[in-house]
Ligand binder design. Structure first.
Ligand SMILES: Cc1cc2nc3c(=O)[nH]c(=O)nc-3n(C[C@H](O)[C@H](O)[C@H](O)COP(=O)(O)OP(=O)(O)OC[C@H]3O[C@@H](n4cnc5c(N)ncnc54)[C@H](O)[C@@H]3O)c2cc1C
Length: 682
């Protein structure tokens, strides 16, 4: 005797979402229509279904009206599917007997005719009612979380995220590609708006990271491979050869002073090329780790040719005075090779930061053409006591009558270089107005120069930022509103002779001005890192059209990505200042902590599985899976799916030539009933 078929008792709820839906869809009419459909036990409209009373309504109805299916017509499932599934479960029903219809983004927000929008809502509701009848009870699986965390990028974001986790007792691997952590902040002398000394706040944090028992710090290293899934990632890290054993080096720097190169000769990247360094060097005085490294491209002990593995060939031309100077420590090791290390972690925080806009791309401003045109980062190093000039601001070109270096008497700072411009980048880089004013203050302090700031709009939305602007006005900095047309050395008056002239339309006064200055500073905007595309692929993240890494939801999940267990913090997600960066890094660390402390994650059961008898073993699904979730059993010649990796995207289901892959919540009956439902509506 066959089991008695369960009577369908569907509860339908249409949400007004304030005016978001109700202004364009007649919710009461939709509710009355759905009431007439087969299997519907009750149909209601309600102002805010996601509110507590809305959810309680569902729970109460399930109990009182013995509902065995629930449909809510409201906003995007991305926003509230979990909320309603929770309410359905709390009402005593399997949460997968629920279905959600999006009549906001798919209907009320995109239509202008109320009658037609209401008809569309009815058709979508009918489709959902027909579909939910075929829903099955599903079970959520639990996956254990490995408690260790990988933080990628050791700028202020990575440092703060790593410290937060380590202080909470979690083990952290911090991977930084430069020889020291610190990121951009390590290059600054002072930070806006408080003008506190950057090194004084950053250096203690850097050394804490370096000595924290819960942090394994790998500088001069890069992640090369990531396998696995949330809770269980296996990460391969390439540790580049420093030719100095970090554990043995004490940072005494005797090797540097004994190098056969008596004077620094090679461009120093940390100082933006304004200073020189030797082949053996430490990036900056506060570097963490305090360990030197050797640049094999210029060190005399290496030959220019390479071994088959890409490592430089060690020669014998140099006297190796550095080795002698290192003495008993034996830290210098010319035979060191790049190594690969593998770690297992449960979650990952990506903090890879930004690069600044290449000023050479805006030739009208003369960078690279006129020596006294500088980028803001160069000026950060110039005004820095530990910079190449010890904090003295002297011009690259021009000398005083006695031959001594020249100090600028007037300086122009051009805002928005590579920002807010259709020809370069559309976005506002958020920090340039503030750092331009900081540099105006510092340059004036160091030189006594007359300061001119050329801006399009002054953007100072931050705590103490508007006050900082007022302070600059009081100091006598000139602010000229208008996008600069060009920087030229073509003099029209004796006053302009031998100087740079900034030509700008002053849009407040309505005149074109020519301002002669001795030095020009370009406030270059912030851009995604050059390798953001590769990093995105490595960690399976998404990028927005502008190239910044994309958060899962700008308001509700601003530090999560579309890959579970991978979080974002700092400027890799978009331009921001240090306070916002630190706040975001704390939030990302907290999200990782939530995962770790719970110990497991619940996995959506909307995964695909293979009907083994039907699988022909053609393997066509394997390369199509974006999550590498499909594997092949060579013994049985059948494909199989690792459910922990499957994200339920459905690519394999649609592509399988023998229709042997099915997906929970998206089986043929469910989908065809939904299509029939929408088409049957007239
Ligand atoms: C000229 C200038 C002045 C500024 N002044 C101020 C100021 O005074 N006050 C303020 O609040 N903000 C200021 N800012 C903004 C500030 O620089 C940022 O808010 C801050 O640096 C963001 O930190 P971050 O860690 O996100 O990025 P970053 O500082 O860029 O650090 C990212 C780190 O990740 C590393 N990395 C990148 N890719 C990889 C990879 N694939 N693997 C491993 N490591 C990687 C980088 O080497 C770097 O160490 C200024 C910005 C500029 C350009």
């Amino acid at each position: 005797m066959s089991a008695k078929k369960e009577e369908l008792r569907i509860g339908f709820y249409v949400c007004h979402c304030g005016h978001n839906i109700a202004a364009m869809v007649d919710c009461a009419v939709v509710a009355r229509y759905v009431e007439t459909l087969p299997g519907v036990a009750l149909s209601r409209d309600y102002k805010y279904m996601c509110s507590d009373p809305g959810q309680e309504l569902i729970q109460q109805d399930i109990r009182e009206h013995r509902l065995n299916r629930v449909v809510v017509a409201s906003c995007s499932p991305l926003l509230h599917e979990h909320t309603f599934r929770g309410a359905v479960e709390a009402g005593g029903l399997n949460p997968f007997y629920f279905h959600m219809v999006n009549i906001r983004e798919h209907d009320s927000w995109v239509h202008t005719d109320r009658g037609e929008a209401t008809e569309k809502a009815k058709a979508l509701a009918r489709a959902a009612i027909q579909r939910v009848a075929h829903h099955k009870a599903l079970e959520i699986k639990k996956v254990e979380i490995h408690p260790d965390v990988l933080v990628v990028g050791g700028g202020i974001a990575g440092i703060h995220a790593a410290m937060t986790l380590a202080n909470a007792g979690k083990k952290v691997y911090l991977v930084e590609r430069e020889p020291s952590i610190g990121g951009h902040m390590a290059k600054f002398d002072k930070t806006f708006p408080t003008l506190d000394c950057a090194a004084c706040i950053l250096t203690p944090k850097m050394s804490e990271v370096g000595s924290h028992p819960n942090i394994t710090l790998w500088t001069y290293s890069e992640v090369t491979k990531v396998d696995g899934f949330v809770g269980n990632y296996t990460v391969q890290v390439k540790r580049k050869a420093r030719y100095v054993n970090e554990d043995l080096c004490t940072g005494c720097q005797d090797c540097i002073s004994h190098c056969v190169f008596k004077e620094p000769k090679f461009a120093d990247d940390f100082n933006e090329g304004l200073g020189k360094r030797k082949p053996i060097f430490i990036p900056f005085p506060q570097a963490t780790p305090q360990a030197v490294l050797i640049d094999p491209e210029v060190c005399l002990n290496f030959k220019r040719n390479k071994n088959p593995d890409g490592s430089p060939v060690v020669g014998d031309k140099c006297k190796k005075t550095c080795v002698e100077a290192c003495g008993e420590k034996h830290a210098i090791d010319f035979t060191q090779k790049d190594t690969l290390q593998e770690v297992k972690v449960g979650s990952i925080i990506v903090c890879t930061g930004f690069k600044t806009y290449d000023a050479g791309r805006s030739p009208a401003y003369g960078y690279g053409n006129y020596k006294n045109v500088y980028t803001a980062l160069e000026v950060e190093r110039l005004v820095n006591a530990s910079g190449p000039t010890g904090g003295e601001v002297i011009l690259r070109e021009g000398k005083n009558a006695d031959g001594s270096p020249k100090t600028p008497k007037s300086i122009g700072i051009i805002h928005c270089v590579g920002s807010r411009d259709k020809k370069t980048n559309l976005w506002c880089s958020r920090v340039c107005c503030m750092y331009s004013m900081k540099l105006a203050h510092l340059l004036r302090e160091h030189t006594g120069a007359e300061m001119y700031n050329f801006y399009i709009d002054m953007r100072t939305p931050g705590k103490g930022y508007e006050e900082f602007y007022n302070k600059l006005l009081e100091e006598g900095t000139h602010f000229i509103r208008g996008r600069v047309g060009e920087v030229t050395d073509w003099a029209m008056t004796p006053e302009e002779e031998g100087r740079l002239v900034i030509r700008v339309e002053d849009t407040l006064a309505g005149v074109v001005r020519r301002i002669p200055v001795d030095m020009v500073v370009l406030a270059t905007g912030l851009e995604p890192q050059a390798d953001a595309g590769e990093v995105r692929r490595l960690f399976n993240m998404s990028c927005g059209g502008d190239g910044w890494f994309l958060e899962r939801h700008p308001k509700l999940a601003p530090v999560s990505t579309f890959t579970d267990g991978v979080f974002l913090a700092g400027c890799c997600q978009g331009p921001k200042d240090i306070p916002d960066t630190v706040a975001q890094a704390g939030a990302a660390a907290a999200e990782a902590l939530v995962l770790i402390d719970k110990g497991y994650i619940e996995q959506e059961p909307n995964t695909a599985h293979i009907l083994e008898d039907e699988c022909s073993g053609c393997k066509s699904c394997i390369p199509l899976c974006p999550y590498t979730a499909i594997l092949f059993d060579e013994g049985r010649k059948k494909a199989y799916i690792n459910e922990a990796l499957c994200k339920g995207c459905g690519t394999c289901v649609g592509s399988c030539p023998s229709a042997s892959i099915v997906q929970n919540l998206f089986d043929d009956q469910e989908i065809f009933s939904e299509i029939e439902g929408v088409l049957a509506y007239d």
